[in-house]
Design a binder for this molecule. Structure first.
Ligand code: SF4
Length: 240
């Protein structure tokens, strides 16, 4: 896999587990709020982590770390992602896959072959504006994401459906629409994720006003049951 980053310790990216997170380069979307623009737009600019280094690290952390998060970019774009996930699970680690959900065939193959213990799947916009929001070339992008969500939910794996919120992109009405669409798809828990004002793909976003963590908590209450908020710190500040 084209690993382009490894965070050796995290308590927030794999809820309930002491984990590490490995990032792969490249993505098929161009979300304006993406806080990994280098990984998406120019992955080779990031220092490479070889597979040998990655597995050596995991060998040494056996018994200390519980889970490994495959993130990106979009990790399921990598041709050998399934083989890597299988190898990591065979070492005794739980695996969470953070995916944009646009590759339901790959999600299906993961479930049918190497398996996964958890998924983090992004839901980036109301269905009607999904393609525009993500600057995808695929007119069926929303349909594909919902297909991935359904497969992950049906698999019995832990599933975290999350939406990054910046007020300039998603107002309360848009959030209400997503809530209705996710609820209709059988999603019981949805995470509103605070926008991180670092370097992002659309560099004008960080200068525009957005919701505070407290605003998102109020919105979560107004939307209804099953909505939680991940604040700027990366931690859950409001449970569903
Ligand atoms: S936010 Fe995720 S899906 Fe969107 S461009 Fe960045 S890495 Fe890709």
């Amino acid at each position: 896999m084209d690993f382009r980053g490894l965070v050796k310790f995290t308590l927030v990216d794999y809820p309930g587990k002491i984990g590490c997170i490995v990032f792969s380069g490249g993505c098929n979307l161009r979300c304006p709020f993406c806080h990994n623009p280098c990984l998406v737009l120019d992955p080779t600019s990031q220092p490479r982590v070889t597979e040998k280094e990655f597995f050596h690290f995991l060998e040494r952390r056996k018994g200390l770390l519980e889970g490994v998060v495959f993130s990106g970019g979009e990790p399921l774009l990598q041709p050998d992602a399934l083989e890597m996930i299988g190898k990591v699970r065979a070492m005794g680690y739980a695996v969470k896959i953070d995916t944009n959900g646009t590759l339901p065939d790959r999600v299906r193959t993961v479930l049918d072959t190497c398996g996964a213990d958890a998924f983090g799947i992004d839901c980036k916009a109301p269905k009607a504006s999904y393609q525009a929001m993500t600057r995808s070339s695929d007119a069926d992008v929303a349909e594909k994401v919902y297909k991935s969500i359904k497969m992950a939910l049906d698999s019995g794996a832990e599933v975290d459906i999350r939406t990054t919120v910046h007020r300039a992109l998603l107002d309360e009405k848009a959030l209400e629409t997503i809530y209705k669409e996710l609820t209709a798809a059988g999603v019981k828990t949805w995470t509103l994720q605070q926008y991180n004002p670092v370097e992002v793909i659309d560099d004008e976003l960080s200068s525009k006003p957005t919701f505070t963590d407290a605003d998102l908590v109020h919105i979560a209450h107004r939307l209804g049951p099953g909505v939680r908020v991940r604040g700027l710190s990366g931690r859950i500040v409001e449970k569903a």
